[in-house]
Design a protein around this ligand. Structure first.
Ligand code: SF4
Ligand code: SF4
Ligand code: FES
Length: 351
């Protein structure tokens, strides 16, 4: 049996004959009493199978009991242990320590971004929950007769909202959202993924009202499409994709007044009609001709810097037929993805 170096893991090592390793972590501390931040570095002995959360537990148990962080399930289910590891949000319980130890790398652990810090690695989740509440995270069936028994949905229907249903509300996506960094009122990736989970639900009857609200200020069109939320989500929810689906549903419902919506629509219409993007139409059709005239000095600056395309010779796709084939394929897929009806128990019995 390997020599036991840390009483914290005595039981574990005794039970599994676990090999141990030395893990070093640099942790950002925030003291709410003094309002001062500092970094502390700790080296602890942990099993080679330890996660970052295990290493934090070892620090708290054996080195500094005042270290504050959140945890519960230890298995990537509860969403409590979101924090930044080397600058990017992740679940501490889902991040193995060994790869860092093997690389001789000292990780820096800090609290999630875009949320106020309460103490050390603990952030105030109140603004997060406020936004989740704002998108009505529950079924609204006011126009439907609700069955007394379980209201089943077909597998095809569930597939449409499956990814969004996987969200564990950990906040990792919110932590890295650059739109929220500049606009703290932006609904953000977690709330918008939750919104699509109900917009896409065939049992919900509030689709139009939901989409109308989501097309307002700080809604779906304020996303900068940086895709950081998709990169950081530990559960494969892909919130940016959910926002794109909300955009597509908004078009179907005729919500195209927001500048962001008009911008996206010019892209779609232009490539649909001609197979290429007519960039000279982009600005007037997005912000309107009057505002486009106001922007002429800026356009001249861009032209001087060689950043304005020649309007007489627009950028063109090499193979327009290929673009048209792609459009046909998309249209075919979109038809197959029409929202199927929820399965009413009566229908199941009749079927
Ligand atoms: S893609 Fe949009 S929602 Fe996702 S992190 Fe970037 S700005 Fe935020
Ligand atoms: S979408 Fe992903 S990262 Fe965002 S809260 Fe849900 S599980 Fe966490
Ligand atoms: S402790 Fe529950 S997700 Fe990490």
């Amino acid at each position: 049996m390997t020599e036991i170096k840390n009483a914290h893991f005595t039981t574990l090592q005794g039970a599994y004959d676990t090999e141990l390793m030395e893990a070093t972590l640099r942790i950002r501390r925030w003291d709410p009493d003094t309002q001062r931040a500092r970094f502390d570095t700790f080296t602890v002995t942990v099993p080679v199978t330890a996660s970052v959360l295990d290493a934090l537990d070892a620090i708290k148990d054996t080195r500094d009991g005042t270290l504050a962080y959140r945890k519960s399930c230890r298995m990537a289910v509860c969403g409590s242990c979101g924090m930044r590891i080397d600058g990017g949000a992740a679940l501490a319980c889902k991040t193995p320590m060994k790869k860092f130890v093997d690389a001789g790398h000292t990780i820096t652990v800090s609290p999630m971004g875009n949320l106020p810090v309460i103490k050390d690695l603990v952030v105030d989740m109140a603004p997060f929950w406020e936004k989740i509440r704002a998108v009505k995270p529950y079924l609204d069936t006011k126009d439907e007769e609700v069955p007394d028994t379980e209201w089943r949905v077909s597998p095809e229907h569930h597939e449409m909202i499956h990814k969004e249903s996987l969200c564990i509300l950990c906040g990792c996506c919110v932590s890295e959202c650059n739109s929220m960094e500049s606009d703290p009122d932006f609904l953000g990736p977690a709330a918008l993924a939750k919104a699509y989970r109900f917009v896409g639900d065939a049992r919900d009857t509030d689709t139009r009202e939901r989409l109308r609200d989501l097309n307002g200020a700080h809604g779906i069109w304020d996303c900068t499409r940086c895709y950081f939320c998709n990169q950081r989500c530990p559960k494969g929810v892909d919130p940016r994709d959910a926002i794109a689906k909300l955009g597509a549903e908004s078009f179907k419902e005729g919500f195209v007044r927001d500048e962001g919506a008009r911008h996206a629509k010019v892209f779609v219409d232009s490539t649909y009609k001609g197979g290429y993007l007519r960039e000279t139409e982009l600005v007037p059709k997005t912000i309107g001709p009057v505002n486009a005239v106001k922007d002429i000095p800026f356009a001249l600056q861009l032209a001087r810097a060689g950043k304005v395309p020649n309007p007489l010779s627009p950028h063109k796709a090499k193979d327009n037929d290929e673009v048209k084939r792609l459009w046909k394929l998309l249209e075919k897929e979109a038809k197959g993805a029409e929202r199927p009806r929820a399965m009413h128990p009566d229908a199941v019995r009749e079927g």
